[in-house]
Design a protein around this ligand. Structure first.
Ligand code: SAM
Length: 256
């Protein structure tokens, strides 16, 4: 009976509308909703977890390092500057610590925005190249950027384009194949990430390569996260409150 009602609701209202209703109702269920920012999510059982001891070590080491690191990068007076060193709660210190812990030399970020993630990924690292992708150029955003033109040197490059597009991805495959770390923090629009799953399957195996995903607790990201069969760990407790997932894609991106 329950399943019948669920399916009937899904068919008659559609998942997108149900998510809007869920989001609206979720704002009404707390006694105290004086919280700066909260989003609906779901808790779910994890018996199909694919975590490995190596990933647990990586998150344990990176979290310890992140707790002791103060990031001193980007501009101090922009609207989002105040989030840079919130730890845990934001992902900046954790992504920086993961990059350091794995001694990343080639990093790809998908979703540059104001550049805080980009600068956090390279802060304190030597001989690193961060290639950050966006569909908008850093100095053409409607918001102020943390970058100065001088930031773009041999350690930082922005490439404009949509990696979910087959031709664009194939033209950039060498850069992605070289990456030790990929941080994907793009639109989370229930479509892009699924298209990227198809692209990540094209990556060659590499001694060590990790994929960090932002917002894995968003309702529209849970199906995507659950479909990933490569070794993975939910590192939200030390990352972004909206969900930070880390996937070991050294042996390819395994996806259901
Ligand atoms: C949440 S912001 C990124 C935040 C940043 N990584 C950080 O940690 O501060 C998302 C960015 O994804 C970009 N974006 C949207 N669609 C994209 C696409 N198809 N490919 C690459 N970037 C995209 C948006 O323009 C936006 O700048």
């Amino acid at each position: 009976m329950k399943i019948f009602v669920i399916n009937l609701l899904k068919i008659s209202l559609g998942i997108k509308n149900l998510r809007k209703i869920y989001s609206l109702l979720s704002k009404c269920v707390l006694r105290d909703n004086q919280i700066r920012h909260f989003e609906p999510s779901l808790i779910y059982s994890k018996e199909d977890s694919t975590v490995t001891p190596e990933l647990i070590d990586l998150i344990a080491e990176s979290s310890k390092l992140a707790s002791k690191t103060v990031l001193n990068c980007g501009k101090k007076n922009l609207p989002d500057s105040k989030y840079l060193n919130i730890f845990p709660g934001e992902h900046y210190r954790l992504i920086n610590a993961i990059a350091k812990t794995i001694n990343a030399k080639n990093i790809v970020e998908i979703g540059t925005f104001t550049g805080m993630g980009t600068l956090a990924l390279k802060y304190g690292l030597n001989d690193v190249l961060v290639t950050t992708y966006d569909i908008l150029k850093w100095n053409e955003l409607p918001l102020p950027s943390h970058f100065n033109s001088a930031d773009f040197d041999e350690s930082l490059n922005q490439i404009i384009g949509d990696l979910s597009d087959d031709n664009f991805f194939d033209n950039n495959l060498d850069i992605l194949n070289n990456a030790d770390l990929i941080f994907m923090d793009a639109p989370k629009d229930d479509s892009f990430e699924y298209r990227m799953a198809k692209q990540f399957k094209k990556l060659k195996n590499k001694g060590k390569r990790f994929l960090i995903l932002d917002d894995i607790l968003f309702v529209n990201m849970i199906d995507f996260w659950r479909k990933i069969k490569s070794p993975k760990i939910d590192a939200t407790v030390f990352g972004h409150f909206t969900g930070t997932g880390v996937v070991d894609i050294s042996d390819g991106f395994l996806y259901d």
